[in-house]
Ligand binder design. Structure first.
Ligand SMILES: NC(=O)c1ccc[n+]([C@@H]2O[C@H](COP(=O)([O-])OP(=O)(O)OC[C@H]3O[C@@H](n4cnc5c(N)ncnc54)[C@H](OP(=O)(O)O)[C@@H]3O)[C@@H](O)[C@H]2O)c1
Length: 272
């Protein structure tokens, strides 16, 4: 069970985010997902006034000097320019700038994992992935992955450099990539789904947890529906890693506990 840092930045109180991050690591989380563009709702216009909260900087504040066992995953492609405008990095120069921003904000010399964040409609990705492979060869990145990727994207990137993970949206009720976890497992690639709790509500968060089968199983097992959703996620394969996002300490503890929840074949079939 990992931790997604996207839900930390909306909380106005930095100290809550710092506490949640420290508690996650204390409870055994060693895989944290982030991005330099995870920033508080006011955007980077609060930078300099101390008002902007970057997830990457909260991670640094809470956890550096880092335990060498901690694995920090980030993503590039989407980004925020110093003007405050959003960008999608297409050129080697912009991708390098985003990698350097992640290094600086996290306070590390090398990024454990950089996912190239795509859109499903993206055509060839070779130029962008090759640019990241060059940064890996330079020592700025340890591993490369893809996000929001199709199997064709994985094939294209793998011909350039090893792909260690694919991070796509996927949940009990968000089933676009049903064959992907197993197909990746065969190739030794991790599958890291996001929106495991939010499901089709996506960025809106945990509003869709109303399914009768999930609710009744949760009641029978004495856990929350969100924990059932996370447990289902981890049962999708040995190569599947969850990264639930929360800015709430009680939710964090429930999410980590869900990592130990074993579902029977009959329970899994009922959820299907
Ligand atoms: N690659 C990409 O394009 C991409 C896109 C989106 C997200 N991500 C990554 O994936 C991570 C997971 O995605 P996500 O955070 O959007 O969705 P998620 O983990 O499916 O759900 C997060 C939502 O569920 C709530 N929640 C979490 N634990 C809960 C619990 N135990 N009980 C009740 N509610 C709970 C959170 O609110 P509270 O804060 O109130 O707990 C938040 O609204 C993100 O944090 C981010 O790191 C990647």
């Amino acid at each position: 069970m990992g931790f997604g840092s996207m839900r930390l930045t909306p909380r106005p109180d930095r100290s809550v985010a710092v506490r949640v991050l420290r508690r996650a690591v204390e409870l055994g989380v060693n895989h944290i997902d982030t991005a330099a563009f995870y920033v508080s709702p006011g955007g980077i216009l609060g930078v300099g006034t101390g008002a902007a909260r970057f997830a990457t900087e909260l991670i640094r504040e809470a956890l550096s000097p880092y335990d060498p066992r901690l694995f920090l995953a980030t993503k590039v492609g989407p980004g925020i320019l110093p003007s405050g405008e959003f960008e999608t990095a297409e050129t080697p120069a912009r991708l390098r700038a985003q990698v350097e921003e992640n290094l600086r904000r996290l306070g590390v010399d090398r990024l454990d994992l950089v996912n190239l964040r795509l859109t499903r409609r993206d055509g060839p990705i070779a130029d962008r992935f090759a640019a990241l492979a060059a940064l890996r060869d330079e020592g700025l990145i340890r591993h490369l992955g893809l996000s929001n990727a199709t199997p064709a994207h994985v094939d294209e990137a793998s011909a350039i450099a090893p792909v260690v993970c694919v991070q796509n949206s996927y949940a009990l009720d968000l089933r676009r990539d049903d064959d992907l976890p197993r197909a990746l497992a065969v190739r030794g690639i991790a599958f890291v789904p996001f929106f495991a709790i939010a499901g089709p509500s996506r960025e809106d968060g945990a509003t869709a947890v109303t399914d009768a089968a999930v609710n009744s199983l949760a009641e029978a097992r004495g856990v929350t529906p969100h924990q059932i959703r996370l447990a289902w996620t981890l049962h999708q394969g040995e190569n599947v890693l969850a990264i639930p996002g929360t800015g709430d300490e009680a939710h964090l503890e429930q999410n980590i506990a869900a990592g130990a929840l074993k579902l029977t074949a009959e329970e899994l079939a009922r959820l299907e």
